[in-house]
Every structure is written in structure tokens, then in C-alpha cells.
Design a protein around this ligand. Structure first.
Ligand code: URA
Length: 229
């Protein structure tokens, strides 16, 4: 949003007043006087008018080692949610949900643009999971996943996914999108069933092995920047 529009919406001043206030050098953006009405104001840009802080929201990016049994949701009447594990959850949302039984890397943030980039299928960030299955995994499964699995409900074929079989009923899978229950449904399509699913990474962000289930930490600047273009 342009600075003039932002000021018009955030204060009681009319458009002419806003122009005068800007010309008088009464507005600071990120700590510096700003007179340009066309300056872009993002969600995390700090803006003050005289001594009044109009916006001062900092971006938050967390990684949680999600324990089993917690819902990837903000509120639920029946089950505990991951938000109950976070100290200041109010403004955060989840960047790429995990099912209640799934464990591992869960990212929470208040930066909508950033989380959309990380999760949108067209961006193609790899998501790596370790999994176990009810039945032995056939070598044909890897081929089927490479070709893509047709999901009738959405009328789409999943993008090629890489399956690395680690033992009879254990594998690592890399997918490049995040459809609803995607991995469960892919295994269901080949007559198998997931018994555990643990997310190891999203893009370049890897689950920090020092985090025990339920613990979380801030992302590093390098991890945050790995999602930017
Ligand atoms: N795919 C699933 O089926 N479940 C998850 O939790 C994540 C990906």
C-alpha cells in the first residue's frame, strides 16, 4: 500500500492534510523522515506520525517440532492444537499443515507473503518426509509416484514425487506441492497405508534435531531468506 493511502486509512486526516503532513516531514518510515507519498508500506514497515506509532509489527518465523496428537489449527473443541505449544500464537498462522498424527517440521509465521511462497505448488519447494507403512513398499510404488497419482476429487495428477525405499516398510519421500492428505492418499492409491509420517524439511529449512517434540525456535535469517526470491 502507498504511504499516502496508509496515512489516510490510519488517521483521521483527509487527503489534503495527508499531503501537508508529508511535506512538513512529520512522517517517519523505518526511522527516517519520508516525504514520498508513493513509498510502498509493507506489513512489517514501521510508520510513525510525530510521536504516534501507526504501525510497528515485526515479522515472526518459528519452526516447531510437532508432536503427534496435535491439530494444525488455531482452535478446536476436541483436540489440542499446535497453538497451545506456542507462547505468543495470536497473530501466527501455519505454513503447510501436518495431519494430527504426523510429526516433525511445522513452520508458523505472521508473514502471509512468505508462507504463500513456501507452500504454493507452483513455487515447487521440496518437502521431505520419512514414513512407515502397513504393507511392504513395492519398487513399482516409486515408479507410480514418479509418474504422478490421479486425485479424482481435485481432478488433478500429483507432480512427480521421489520415493527412496529405506527398508521393507520405511521410506523417504520428496513432494513438491502440499495437497490435502497428499502422501496418505498417494499410498492409498497403490493399496498401502501410512502408519507414521514425519516431516524433515521444507525447501532449505531442515527440522532442527536439537528440538524435542513440542519445542520450537525462531528461524535463522538464512532460513528466512531461503524462501525469498
Ligand atoms: N501428507 C499427508 O498425508 N499428511 C501430512 O501430514 C502431510 C502430507
Amino acid at each position: 500500500m502507498k504511504l499516502s493511502r496508509f496515512l489516510y486509512h490510519q488517521t483521521n486526516h483527509g487527503k489534503n492534510d495527508v499531503r501537508r503532513i508529508l511535506a512538513a516531514g512529520r512522517v517517519c518510515v523505518d526511522g527516517k523522515v519520508e516525504r514520498d507519498s508513493q513509498r510502498d508500506i509493507g506489513d512489517f514497515t514501521q510508520v510513525t506520525l510525530d510521536d504516534l506509532v501507526l504501525r510497528n509489527t515485526s515479522a515472526v518465523y518459528l519452526m516447531l517440532n510437532k508432536p503427534a496428537g496435535y491439530l494444525s489449527a488455531t482452535v478446536d473443541n476436541e483436540h489440542p492444537t499446535v497453538m497451545e505449544l506456542i507462547d505468543v500464537p495470536e497473530t501466527l498462522h501455519i505454513a503447510g499443515r501436518l495431519d494430527r498424527a504426523s510429526t516433525g517440521l511445522l513452520i508458523l509465521t505472521n508473514d502471509g507473503k512468505w508462507s504463500r511462497r513456501l507452500t504454493e505448488p507452483k513455487e515447487g519447494f521440496p518437502k521431505v518426509y520419512e514414513l512407515t507403512t502397513a504393507e511392504p513398499i513395492s519398487t513399482e510404488t516409486a515408479m507410480r509416484f514418479q509418474q504422478g497419482i490421479y486425485f479424482a476429487y481435485e481432478d488433478l495428477t500429483t507432480q512427480p514425487a521421489e520415493l527412496q525405499i529405506l527398508s521393507a516398510q520405511c521410506a523417504q519421500i520428496t513432494i513438491y506441492e502440499g495437497r490435502y492428505h497428499q502422501i496418505k492418499r498417494m499410498f492409498h492409491a497403490v493399496g498401502n497405508r501410512i502408519t507414521s509420517l514425519h516431516r524433515l524439511s521444507m525447501g532449505a529449512i531442515q527440522l532442527d534435531e536439537s528440538l524435542t517434540p513440542g519445542q520450537y525456535r525462531d528461524l535463522t535469517q538464512q532460513e528466512i531468506d531461503s524462501v525469498a526470491h
